[in-house]
Design a protein around this ligand. Structure first.
Ligand code: SAH
Length: 354
């Protein structure tokens, strides 16, 4: 039994079943036993991999996209180049390398990272040594300035609640204890005002998920971009409007029972891009666009061909596989979506403007 499982079982025995959101928060961010708090989960030896860990081309494309957007907005002199949940710092490092030759961009940009995990903060410090990043616990702590922000696989780690439609309202998925194990159990049905708008497009038995922290974060990003200028690029897996059970655990690159080893598996849920776009008021939002399409529009294939010239054998094979993995509709190309936000009236970032 993991230490966290023991803690949760005792907690539930005392105070009753907890929501999936409470469960996710404790599993991912418990100060001593949380998944992100205690480890670097990324890469081959970890539990999952992400676009920047698959290939440097992901960060290169996003870097050029952000730098062009900065130029389109008149190249403001002092900007925050910020990231939510920067993992190992790989994406930011690739963005910085790709934009080195954009005159004035590095001189204008101060690096700001919003990161909850002390372990990953240490990895980011190492990776971004020389760029003097500043860390924050929350987006609300960022200074007020033009904000050029990226978030890759950040929103999928935020805690969700899950509801199953019923004749009499909604039954919430709760985490309960049975025979010394954690299990999912449905609450009694009750009307839920926040889900009234989903009564029209769901039928009994259907599942919807809500992510309470996503809306205020998207709202805060939008407020800053509206006030100071800038842009946000969000990449994540998900779709337009939550539909169905997407709560999942990954352990050693395999799907796992999310209740078996709390604190030892990555827990995520699909991102509801409609909820993000609707909460980002007072700014222009792009269409939700598949990752593969955005990367193709930004020129990833040309870049892939140019990098391929210096490669042969296994390195070339793996480079070709990485390009395919990032862009192909049967790999990450379609499952992953992206959304860009800019001030009202400003040009959308390249790749998002079709
Ligand atoms: N963007 C990186 C890592 C994705 S993993 C990449 O693409 O490789 C999710 C990241 O979000 C991790 O860095 C994790 O520690 C961070 N994170 C998760 N929940 C968070 C929260 N509530 N506040 C800040 N960071 C969080």
């Amino acid at each position: 039994m993991t230490a966290l499982k023991d803690i949760l079982i005792r907690q539930i025995a005392t105070t009753g079943p907890i929501t999936l959101a409470d469960y996710m928060t404790q599993c991912l961010l418990h100060p001593q036993h949380g998944y992100y708090t205690t480890r670097d989960p990324l890469g081959q030896a970890g539990d999952f991999t992400t676009a920047p860990e698959i290939s440097q081309m992901f960060g290169e494309m996003l870097g050029l996209c952000l730098a062009q957007t900065w130029l389109d907005q008149g190249a403001p002199q002092h900007i925050l180049l910020a990231e939510l949940g920067p993992g190992r710092g790989t994406l930011m490092a690739d963005i910085l390398r790709a934009t080195r030759s954009v005159p004035g961009f590095h001189a204008a940009a101060q690096i700001h990272l919003v990161e909850a995990s002390p372990t990953l903060r240490a990895a980011q410090a190492q990776r971004l040594a020389g760029h003097s990043p500043v860390w924050h616990d929350s987006i609300a702590d960022l200074p007020e300035a033009p904000l050029f922000l990226i978030a890759n696989e950040f929103f999928d780690a935020l805690p969700i609640r899950q509801f199953t439609r019923d004749d009499k309202g909604w039954r919430e998925t709760m985490v309960a204890v049975q025979d010394g194990n954690l299990i999912a159990a449905l609450s009694d049905p009750a009307p839920i005002q926040a889900l009234d708008h989903r009564l029209a497009d769901t039928t009994p038995g259907q599942i919807v998920e809500t992510c309470a922290p996503a809306a205020p974060i998207a709202g805060e990003i939008a407020r800053r971009i509206a006030d100071h200028g800038g842009a946000t690029l969000i990449f994540d897996y998900g779709g337009w409007r939550s539909n169905g059970d997407t709560f999942q655990a990954l352990e050693n690159h395999q799907h796992a029972d999310p209740f078996a080893h709390p604190g030892q598996a990555d827990l995520t849920a699909h991102v509801d891009f409609e909820a993000l776009a609707k909460s980002a008021t007072g700014v222009s939002s792009s269409a939700m666009t598949p990752q593969g399409i955005v990367l193709e529009r930004l020129g990833i294939t040309t870049r892939a061909q140019s990098l391929a010239k210096a490669l042969s054998g296994a390195a070339l094979e793996s480079h070709i596989a990485a390009h395919r993995r990032l862009t192909h509709p049967q790999e990450m190309g379609s499952l992953f979506k992206s959304l860009a936000l800019v001030p009202t009236g400003a040009a959308l970032p390249p790749g998002f403007d079709a």
